[in-house]
Design a protein around this ligand. Sequence first.
Ligand SMILES: Nc1ncnc2c1ncn2[C@@H]1O[C@H](COP(=O)(O)OP(=O)(O)OP(=O)(O)O)[C@@H](O)[C@H]1O
Length: 602
Amino acid sequence: MVQIGFYLKKMQTYAGRSFYLYLVGMVAISFLESISIYMIIPMLSLIGIFKLQTGAIPLLEPLTDVLHRLPVSGALPIILFLYLFLIVGQSLLQKAQTVSGTKLHQGFIKHLRTDIYKTLLQADWSFFLRKRRSDISHLLTSELARVSQGTILTLRLMTSLLFTVIQIVFACWVSMKLTLLVLAAGLALSLFARKFIRQASALGDATTELSQSYFSGITEHFNGIKDIKSNQLEQAHYTWFQQLCTKMEDNQIRFSSMQTTSQAYYKIASAFMIVLCIYLSISVLHVGAGQLMLVVVIFSRLWPRFTDIQSSLEQIMSSLPAFKSVLNLQKECEEAYEAGIVESKDNVNVDLTDSRSIECRNVSFRYHSDAQAPYVLRDISLQIPAKSMTAIVGKSGAGKSTLIDMLIGLIQPLQGEVVVDGVALTDSNRTSMRRDVSYVSQDPFLFHTSIRENLLLVKADAKTEELWEALAFAVADEFVRKLPQGLDTIIGDRGIRLSGGERQRIVLARAILRKPAILVLDEATSALDNENESRIQQALDQLKEKMTLIVIAHRLSTIRNADQVIVLDRGSIIQRGAYQQLAREAKGTFSELLAFQSGANA
Ligand SMILES: Nc1ncnc2c1ncn2[C@@H]1O[C@H](COP(=O)(O)OP(=O)(O)OP(=O)(O)O)[C@@H](O)[C@H]1O
């Protein structure tokens, strides 16, 4: 229940006064409802409609004298009018309360969604290395929907509790003995009902696990649909999906069956309790017919509240795992908080010149915190001069991408430091440095929208001429002009309607459009044909006069004009120097790579 308490606290922090107003409204409605129901019977008895020993009822005392002095024909309309007045007042208040409850709930959910989204965006890269993307999507959709449902139920539970407490107070005024009898019966029942709450919690855990598998499964399957189709893996995936759906179906049926059992149990137990209470009222407490009527009224008002509380508790318990998951994600994000992103005021702008030279001083890194885990980068020291092209080469798995991630501040060294323009990168300046970087990855990402919008993403106010200029630089202008809608052509999910090489060129154009101080290309031209690749190479030669270029390329012709080549092997620098110089070192790894490629191209 700690999680629910946390969310109630969050709701109260978010809504402030409205939260308390909502609670006050609840108390008022409950008060009016209790007065109207519990008072009508004693008041009717006061004017002699029927006989009932009510004893001293504090609220009625001022009315008693007035009512006694009036004839029945005069008092009855007053009582009935009073009753109508209370019911109408309560209904109007209830209507306003429902609207404010919806506003409170919807506002809170919006707040929660944006809050979680923001903390996610503020988490550093190492957080995303640990997390499955599908788990994040699952949390932001399915789990948040359950949290939303849980919030409504929590508000309903609070309302029910308030109603119950106030009705108990009123019922005690009317008859202390009878109310205690009903309460004792309710308490006995709730002890037996605890097992249903435990079952609901276990079923809620299973729901979270199953829906997480469902989400990750379908995300992965449709991301890999091309492989599935081309390797005829449909049957295996369909069987997996069918089995998972059967488990989800079973889980829901078990929850529904648990709830109906609990409700049936409550109804049957209620009948026994009513029979027992009526028997005890007549045989042991010797109450009259009027008092008996009160027993029925108290039961009929209080008992549905008990059932409501029980049912809300079961449902809240089943949505509790979703509360826990959301809470854990928020905690993890906060632990991985990276300053200076999304409306953050705590960003410290590092005083960099616009030249952007980068230096690594004895940097080491490994992905796992485990002391036995191997280092992926080992004691790396290097200089990347501003406005020049540095190429990083090496065999697959040598640590090239990891080194790039380190240079642009996505990951932090375990030992050593990265220095930009003489300023060491720290938690407070890392993100401000990244603002000057354009990064094009091995697997470039495009949104399912037009080419224009994909480009404008990095520079919203760019003019059309600027877009064409960037496209020309990336050797993409020709093919874009030939597309049916030119710049406004929709390129499909992740740019699926374009070829791999076309996608790479659009992403390169987007990177250049930003006019960054540092341009990083991680295998960014791997899908290009020789002609386009050579044209991009010429474009890069022009760019290096304006910005610092860092290029990873397996195809060594791309880096022919690099000012510096760094050769990595198993996380260490084994060679460095100008391209031609390394090519001449006959025994070096670089000339081996070069010889292998020229052999392969021959
Ligand atoms: N997120 C990760 N968690 C754990 N290990 C990782 C992670 N990413 C990379 N590695 C490991 O770190 C090592 C270096 O990987 P990296 O991607 O930097 O190599 P690379 O030289 O860029 O390879 P490639 O040329 O194939 O892209 C590899 O052994 C890889 O298995």
